[in-house]
Ligand binder design. Structure first.
Ligand SMILES: Cc1cc2nc3c(=O)[nH]c(=O)nc-3n(C[C@H](O)[C@H](O)[C@H](O)COP(=O)(O)O)c2cc1C
Length: 170
């Protein structure tokens, strides 16, 4: 089993723009002893309500949403470049249709009672604080509403406390 070492949020020295936007992450949660995951490239890290937080956005049709909604916690996991193909697959196929975690050859384990992957280089354990569906009335940039939501499938925004961050011991 890989060894993960806890670091403080202030010690995270990688750009969230690169980590999330370019390298992508997996959002993973558990429901009734079953784990599902999906790739995400939108979201962020920051500070809210006096807490270190992560925020993610999930469209209503994602199977992973049921898992995130039914759990108080979820993980965000980040991988080396060599996993990009698996992340592409996990972001195209639904866990409703395939046992995609097994097919992607990823190994589920738990940190802080939250599912994550042994193969990750960085795992962020998150505790949900807030969830709200994006509201079309609130768009200041109407262009983005039109561009990203022609089907009106507005993401739910989740703000979650960063409970712990782990990096893999090399
Ligand atoms: C690079 C990439 C980034 C993605 N980012 C998001 C995202 O931030 N939010 C979202 O709802 N879907 C996102 N998706 C789509 C989901 O990962 C995809 O629909 C996935 O198959 C859902 O799986 P599930 O039905 O098992 O949850 C992304 C897909 C890719 C390939």
């Amino acid at each position: 089993m890989s060894k993960f070492i806890e670091i403080k949020p202030e010690e995270l020295n990688q750009s969230p723009f690169k980590l999330i936007g370019k390298e992508w992450m997996l959002i993973t949660a558990e429901k009734d002893n079953k784990v599902n995951t999906m790739t995400a490239s939108w979201g962020g890290f920051g500070v809210m309500w006096g807490k270190n937080v992560a925020y993610i956005v999930i469209r209503p049709q994602r199977y992973t949403k049921e898992f995130v909604d039914n759990s108080s916690k979820f993980s965000l996991t980040f991988f080396n470049e060599s996993f990009k193909k698996q992340l592409g697959y996990l972001g195209t196929v639904s866990g409703k249709d395939e046992d995609k975690i097994a097919k992607a050859n990823l190994t589920i384990s738990h940190l802080e009672d939250t599912p994550h992957f042994e193969e990750s280089k960085l795992t962020v354990i998150c505790k949900k604080l807030y969830a709200q569906d994006f509201d079309p009335k609130c768009f200041i940039s109407k262009d983005d509403d039109e561009k990203w939501y022609p089907e009106k499938d507005y993401h739910t925004l989740y703000v979650a406390e960063v409970e712990k961050i782990f990096i893999k011991e090399e």
